[in-house]
Design a protein around this ligand. Structure first.
Ligand code: NAI
Length: 483
């Protein structure tokens, strides 16, 4: 079996060499095709941070094992790590966090065992990076949550939870505030949960989740979240079990999957042969399971756990009274411990979750279509305009554009209603949203919205327009705060 390997930048090549050395010693039936990705590839003029040959090899082989990579700063280029995850639709970021003997934490000292998996949506949310300045003072980001994207990641979480015999699947969200975006994610979670009646499923508001994770982490098992919330919560969980160095990460897609360390390139220690290869090794073990090499994965993991509990450590963790070893010695100790079983650490389970990727050849971009098919109508529009007028002055100008049954219904600033009612204490920026809605039963057309745009543009600089829709009898837009 052949996989693509990208060594990465900074400590990447050192920890990759250590991990491949362990794999070779375990006589894995793996061949490696090294591909060119990372900062030095950006520096050579490849704007996405990888060569066309690397892209072709990864798309052909379907598995990328990668070290951390640096994104050059101030050159306007996007992170190659994020580009890879998004381009190849690795929709589920699966990160497992467990108490490890030899890695002391507040919880391990208190006898509280942690065994958590965070599944983070990996493509959507504000990570679309679709951002605009509406005025010189106001920046906005678009947050995409889609039914199809949510279905992919949530179904993965339930499948994984079922196969690993999880106690509970929890959806973390902020649907109390973001009723449409997080609301959609939660709706899809509740729909999919019904297909897994044997699994306990529930949901929790993300701030409450954070509080409970730091006080009772043992209560949770599998948690699924949207991208940004999942990003933050998964690093919080890394802290619970001793830091980023002990948290493996898999980016799972239907056709291509990426296995990588979660930490960065650690430029402060690069080239010194002192970096800890554990995170990359654990991610590599996830990859072996993904490829069905269960026995070898368990054998190597046992050796790693035995090594950790015997007190052998690199400089970044462990008992400071025991001298640390370098990367090469740490890796060699793991090899020397092949065949040994950990005594205090929980033994890795066999078989573990084995995700079966779809191997069919792809010729067209897959379209994630929903089965929902309700009648659509346009009922109004939000115009985002730049002005320093006071709310009443602005309303007086905008109201002149009301016609037939198209009425000005609300004006808000930073999402808070300031007209027809509001408070003089609300601070303003030079960017308002003015909302027109129709009172007529006949829906508006796109031309009606364009006509209104043309009229309003005579008085204001319009920075953006959002169509107000209804599907069936459901309004597909949120109210302003205070409306
Ligand atoms: P970092 O994770 O590289 O370093 C943070 C601290 O942790 C440093 O003190 C470092 O020495 C230490 N550290 C990290 N990994 C270690 C290891 N394996 N063994 C021992 N100590 C370790 O984070 P930082 O400094 O914020 O980022 C450095 C670069 O890495 C940036 O260019 C960033 O863009 C990139 N990065 C890449 C990621 C990826 O490829 N997935 C993820 C995060 C950052």
């Amino acid at each position: 079996m052949k996989i693509a390997v990208a060594k990465g930048d900074g400590i990447g090549p050192e920890i990759m060499e250590a991990v491949i050395g362990i794999f070779d010693a375990a006589k894995l039936p793996l061949e490696y095709q090294y591909v060119d990705m990372g900062k030095w590839v950006f520096d050579k003029g490849f704007s996405i941070g990888m060569t066309p040959e690397a892209k072709e090899a990864i798309e052909k082989l379907g598995i990328l094992f990668k070290g951390p990579m640096e994104t050059p700063k101030g050159k306007g280029v996007k992170s190659v790590n994020v580009t890879a995850r998004k381009t190849w639709n690795t929709y589920a970021n699966d990160r497992k966090f467990q108490t490890l003997s030899g890695v002391d934490t507040v919880f391990s000292k208190a006898g509280i065992n942690i065994d958590l998996t965070i599944v983070r949506e990996n493509i959507e949310d504000t990570y679309g990076g679709i951002e605009h300045m509406l005025t010189q003072d106001v920046a906005i980001a678009r947050r995409f949550i889609t039914r199809g994207g949510s279905e992919q990641v949530i179904r993965y979480a339930f499948e994984m939870a079922q196969k690993k015999g999880a106690r509970r699947v929890t959806c973390g969200h902020k649907a109390n505030i973001m009723k449409l975006t997080d609301g959609l994610f939660l709706e899809v979670f509740n729909e999919i949960a019904k297909e897994y009646p044997n699994l306990k499923s529930d949901d929790i508001i993300v701030d409450d989740l954070c509080m409970k994770l730091v006080s009772r982490p043992d209560l949770f098992d599998v948690i699924v979240l949207t991208n940004l919330q999942g990003d933050i919560v998964s690093d919080l969980c890394a802290g619970l079990v001793g830091g980023l160095g002990f948290a493996p990460s898999s980016n799972i897609g239907d056709h291509i999957s990426i296995f990588e360390a979660v930490h960065g390139t650690a430029p402060d220690i690069a080239g010194k042969n002192i970096a800890n290869p554990t995170s990359l090794l654990l991610s590599g073990l996830n990859m072996l399971r993904h490829l069905g090499m269960m026995e070898k994965a368990v054998m190597i993991e046992n050796a790693l756990l035995y090594t950790l509990e015997s007190g052998v450590h690199t400089g970044d963790f462990g008992d400071k009274s025991i001298p640390s070893v370098n990367t090469t010695v740490f890796a060699q100790t793991i090899i020397d411990n092949f065949g040994k079983q950990p005594i205090q650490n929980p033994k890795p389970s066999l078989p573990d979750f084995n995700f079966v990727p779809t191997n069919s050849a792809i010729t067209k971009n897959p379209m994630l279509l929903s089965s929902k098919n309700e009648a659509h109508k346009i009922v109004g529009a939000d115009f985002f305009i730049e002005t320093t007028l006071q709310p009443n002055e602005l309303a007086a100008v905008a109201i002149k554009q009301e016609k037939d049954q198209l009425k000005l219904v609300t004006i808000s600033n930073r999402g808070t209603q300031v007209w027809p009612t509001g408070s003089v204490f609300t601070n303003l920026v030079n960017q308002y949203r003015i909302r027109f809605e129709t009172e007529a039963t006949t829906p508006l057309t796109q031309s009606d919205v364009l006509d209104l745009y043309t009229e309003l543009s005579k008085d204001f600089r319009i920075s953006s327009v959002e169509i107000l829709s209804m599907w069936g009898d459901k309004k597909a837009y949120s109210l302003a705060q205070g409306q």
